[in-house]
Design a protein around this ligand. Structure first.
Ligand SMILES: *[C@@H]1O[C@H](CO)[C@@H](O)[C@H](O)[C@H]1NC(C)=O
Ligand SMILES: *[C@@H]1O[C@H](CO)[C@@H](O)[C@H](O)[C@H]1NC(C)=O
Ligand SMILES: *[C@@H]1O[C@H](CO)[C@@H](O)[C@H](O)[C@H]1NC(C)=O
Ligand SMILES: *[C@@H]1O[C@H](CO)[C@@H](O)[C@H](O)[C@H]1NC(C)=O
Ligand SMILES: *[C@@H]1O[C@H](CO)[C@@H](O)[C@H](O)[C@H]1NC(C)=O
Ligand SMILES: *[C@@H]1O[C@H](CO)[C@@H](O)[C@H](O)[C@H]1NC(C)=O
Ligand SMILES: *[C@@H]1O[C@H](CO)[C@@H](O)[C@H](O)[C@H]1NC(C)=O
Ligand SMILES: *[C@@H]1O[C@H](CO)[C@@H](O)[C@H](O)[C@H]1NC(C)=O
Ligand SMILES: *[C@@H]1O[C@H](CO)[C@@H](O)[C@H](O)[C@H]1NC(C)=O
Ligand SMILES: *[C@@H]1O[C@H](CO)[C@@H](O)[C@H](O)[C@H]1NC(C)=O
Ligand SMILES: *[C@@H]1O[C@H](CO)[C@@H](O)[C@H](O)[C@H]1NC(C)=O
Ligand SMILES: *[C@@H]1O[C@H](CO)[C@@H](O)[C@H](O)[C@H]1NC(C)=O
Length: 793
């Protein structure tokens, strides 16, 4: 710790020196009307000492506009900035002209802006290529109008920062600078995170993060090569990599690049002469290249060979394009569904091929506890099952496509793939229409990729970070909602904004308190306008919440519309007062209905409640554009409207809580029993934590009693979840329900689903989608194991 203050002093001395240098006059000698064109002596503008150049550099058969280190031979050219990486390189007859803006003109006369600054029409009259690699444009009075340092592509250089809400995107390769596969985002929650570019913001796909948290943080690479994350006042939060003091007379250029393999690295270039430099890698965000998600495409897996990643297709698959393994692999036989052929026995048509030490990240659609042979048999007879991950009696069944596969010695799971028997494969060969050409194949795969990822990729960021950085109860009061909070907020804002006075009137001075929850008291009120009854919730523990973040959070909640969610109508922020206005639920909470009512709900009613809650949770987890983890599902939070429809409330609020309130939420009496074991274990909180709570709620609804009940006849019955498993094992489910008309097959199904949901091992818990399929009886439910984690020898 002591080293940091000392470091700071040194750095601040230096920064003074640097600033002084930056303010000295440098030639802005690229003037209006200057023209560059490829293949001529005027193809680039060098910096004064020749370290960097701005202009045309060759790529493929054409040219790109960019900035590169000019001290290397063209073959080893290091490009540090590229204009328009999303458009193909231009032809040799293009020209670049400084005429108020920097304009690229192709021979066809088409014009493209190389520098863009939408607010400013044509102000630039001069430009300069600086020795630190920054290209700048100035207006007639010498004001800086635009600089390449503000629009980084895949690299930042010494003296450059990556500001909050901006990102680097990797290039395809060293020789192809079009937009590549990966993205490094400086999120405005202060976390620096790597994602596959096409599905960024999804916590499930993030593969590296700095784990830092601060408002408006930025990534700073100093002139001396210190790579650090800084808080809003320039206070370093974390040093990723130390710098180095220049040796006398030696120039060092530091750069940090998101390389085309998805790893963020820092390099130092020691300039030896005006034509050569020596480069060394100084720091790397991660060591194992296979940990980068998306390096291998769908249905392929990654292996480390000679410190490099190598992708291979799973058995039964061939690659779309062997030189571009990130495009993934497709199944090279057509998989008919079972039963549509005379041959009934799938074992005659399919066989298993196994691969050891392999795993992938997607959750299985189901998990069974079986020995290996039985597991194979189960998969063979299940037409949904195409692959199995097997490890000590856990038989995890999968359908294709599979993402992010990895093989390595330290992985203990074994994979089994259902492949067509050789004779059969030949026969069906002609059935499989061979793709006409590579391009159409790529398109097909892209389409599949889009489809399969579309369902998981979440558009909104709220969920992304809330689940990604939620390790160790650092359930950061994370607020980012939209990609870009600067725009769009107002447009989607269908919520009504109330004044405090209005709400005070509506609730008659907050007189009729209807209840008190984790977040504060709830009052009944009537809006004079429209005579509408409302529930008014005064939030009490939001000391640290800023207005912008609060509004953003409300937008997220306001966008959710579902029959089984309590609708947020509006809100009020005045000073420290923060109030939410919901539709009023006239029939109280599910807890009251289940545990306090004179006549308990009928069997049909209970089944309906289960479905109501399941559908609401499914919507929160998977259907709404913003994926929300509830974190606090319990019968007290499930309300009943005048038609006795169950609606979930309090969702989306967990993230507003300050840390310590968050933790205490876990310790609070009533909530504790609904919380998944991982809350206590300081581990990652995911949707699976909600599944656990849902499981407990389901059992409570079905059995119409609290999870913990002391007034029972035998000690076995005290904890419902344990009691249910006991009865289930003993085939005595009738003990769970009172004498009434119960549909036993439904009861058994519900109990099985409940037991799967409350597994200690989050991996074993199904996703909401599967919960619904199982509840409906659409899919078979395998025998649930004991919910308590079995420690296998
Ligand atoms: C980046 O870090 C250096 C050294 O700590 C500091 O002098 C400089 O002001 C920082 N840049 C910004 C934009 O905060
Ligand atoms: C290169 O640019 C300089 C200065 O703008 C100009 O004087 C010279 O004529 C140009 N040469 C060619 C070959 O276009
Ligand atoms: C600008 O000046 C620098 C050094 O003074 C020189 O190397 C460079 O060629 C000049 N550029 C133009 C476009 O005149
Ligand atoms: C380039 O920028 C200018 C000024 O912002 C704008 O008027 C023009 O439409 C832009 N051109 C293109 C092709 O985007
Ligand atoms: C240059 O920009 C500055 C700051 O925006 C402005 O005050 C000044 O008038 C501009 N000068 C010219 C010549 O446009
Ligand atoms: C990413 O998505 C875009 C369109 O959404 C597509 O054109 C591009 O090829 C995709 N890139 C990769 C590597 O999948
Ligand atoms: C930077 O150097 C300091 C002092 O030598 C050391 O304590 C620290 O761990 C280093 N940080 C990194 C990220 O290497
Ligand atoms: C190195 O520095 C010395 C004095 O500090 C100077 O005389 C000499 O020219 C420099 N060498 C180079 C290659 O710049
Ligand atoms: C490098 O420097 C040498 C002499 O110092 C000079 O002759 C040569 O032209 C320079 N090369 C470049 C590419 O600037
Ligand atoms: C792989 O990397 C490690 C450490 O970075 C190094 O020690 C080892 O020699 C490398 N192996 C190969 C085959 O390059
Ligand atoms: C299935 O695979 C096993 C071992 O890989 C092999 O012994 C068996 O003959 C295969 N069955 C068929 C029907 O091809
Ligand atoms: C499928 O791929 C395997 C292995 O690459 C190959 O042996 C087999 O002939 C292929 N089958 C078809 C139908 O292309």
């Amino acid at each position: 710790m002591a080293s940091i203050p000392i470091l700071l002093i040194i750095l601040s001395v230096f920064s003074v020196a640097m600033n002084a240098k930056a303010q000295t006059e440098y030639p802005k000698n690229i003037t209006r009307g200057s023209i560059l064109s490829p293949n001529t002596i005027n193809s680039s503008w060098p910096s004064p000492s020749g370290l960097f150049s701005f202009g045309f550099y060759p790529e493929g058969n054409g040219f790109r506009v960019g900035i590169w280190m000019a001290t290397d031979k063209p073959e080893t050219r290091v490009v540090v900035w590229t204009a328009n990486p999303d458009v193909p390189p231009c032809s040799p007859d293009a020209t670049l002209e400084l005429k108020g803006r920097l304009v690229l003109r192709t021979e066809q006369g088409e014009e493209k802006n190389v520098t863009y600054n939408d607010d400013l029409p044509d102000p630039a009259t001069s430009a300069a290529m600086l020795d630190d690699g920054n290209f700048q444009l100035f207006n007639g009075s010498g004001y800086l109008m635009w600089q390449s340092f503000d629009y980084p592509t895949d690299t930042i250089l010494g003296g450059q920062v990556l500001t909050s809400d901006s990102w680097l995107q990797s290039s395809i390769s060293r020789s192809d600078h079009s937009s590549g596969l990966f993205m490094l985002r400086m999120q405005n929650d202060g976390n620096l995170v790597c994602y596959p570019a096409n599905i960024s913001n999804n916590p499930d796909t993030a593969y590296w993060s700095s784990g830092t948290f601060s408002y408006a943080a930025m990534l700073n690479l100093s002139h001396l090569g210190y790579l650090s994350l800084e808080g809003s006042y320039g206070k370093p939060i974390r040093f990723l990599s130390n710098g180095s003091y220049p040796v006398k007379n030696k120039t060092i250029i530091h750069r940090a690049t998101l390389d085309s393999d998805g790893i963020f690295r820092k390099y130092s270039h020691y300039i030896v002469s005006n034509v050569s430099s020596k480069v060394t890698e100084k720091w790397s965000s991660m060591q194992n290249p296979c940990d980068v998600k998306g390096i291998c495409g769908l249905n392929s897996f990654c292996q480390v060979v000679n410190n490099k990643s190598e992708c291979s297709c799973y058995p039964g698959f061939v690659s779309v394009e062997p030189s571009m393994m990130f495009l993934g692999c497709y199944q090279n036989f057509s998989a008919e569904s079972y039963g549509d052929k005379e041959e009934a026995d799938p074992a005659l048509r399919y066989n298993f091929t196994s691969l050891n030490n392999i795993r992938w990240d997607d959750p299985p659609y189901t998990v069974e506890i079986l020995m290996e042979e039985a597991c194979k048999g189960s998969c063979m007879n299940d037409f949904n099952c195409w692959a199995v991950l097997y490890e000590s009696t856990r038989c995890r069944k999968y359908n294709f496509p599979l993402r992010y596969g990895k093989q390595s010695k330290d992985i203990t799971t074994k994979a089994l793939f259902k492949v067509k028997n050789i004779g059969m494969a030949k026969e069906s060969n002609h059935n499989h229409p061979a793709p006409a050409n590579d391009e159409s194949r790529i398109k097909t795969v892209m389409f599949i990729l889009g489809l399969s990822l579309g369902s998981v990729a979440c558009l909104c960021f709220a969920f992304a970070v809330s689940s990604f950085i939620a390790y160790k109860h650092k359930y950061h009061r994370y607020k980012k909602l939209l990609e870009n909070t600067k725009l769009g907020l107002a447009e989607d804002f269908t919520l009504q904004s109330f004044s405090y006075n209005e709400l005070q009137q509506a609730t008659n001075g907050f007189s009729e308190e209807k209840g008190r929850g984790t977040f504060g008291a709830v009052y009944k009120g009537i809006l004079s306008e429209g005579n509408k009854t409302i529930a008014v919730k005064r939030l009490e523990k939001f000391v640290e919440e800023g207005v912008r973040e609060f509004r953003a959070e409300m937008t997220t909640i306001g966008r959710t519309h579902h029959r089984n969610l309590v609708q947020l109508l509006g809100f009020c922020i005045e000073g420290s007062k923060k109030i939410l206005v919901y539709e009023f639920m006239s029939n109280g909470s599910l807890a009251d209905r289940l545990f306090k009512a004179v006549s308990p709900p009928t069997w049909q009613e209970r089944v309906r409640f289960v479905f109501d809650v399941a559908r609401g949770m499914f919507y929160l987890h998977e259907e709404c554009g913003v994926h929300i983890i509830h974190c606090n599902l319990k019968p007290q939070n499930i309300l009943l409207d005048d038609t006795w429809t169950a609606k979930i409330s309090d969702f989306g609020l967990a993230r507003l809580l300050p840390n310590q309130a968050k933790t205490s939420m876990g310790v609070q009496g009533t909530s504790l029993q609904y919380l998944a074991p991982e809350w206590q274990k300081n581990s990652l909180i995911s949707v699976k934590a909600d599944i656990y709570s849902f499981g407990i709620v389901l059992l409570e609804i079905i059995c119409c009693r609290r999870n913990i009940e002391v007034n029972v006849s035998t000690p076995d019955e005290i904890t419902l979840s344990k009691w249910v498993y006991k009865c289930f094992k003993a085939r005595e489910l009738h003990k769970l329900v009172e004498v009434e008309e119960v549909h036993f097959p439904t009861l058994e199904r519900m109990i099985k689903v409940g037991l799967w949901c409350i597994q200690d091992d989050p991996d074993l818990r199904p996703l909401m989608k599967n919960v619904i399929l199982m509840l409906e009886g659409t899919v078979n439910i395998s025998e649930p194991p004991s919910p308590e984690l079995i420690v296998l020898p």
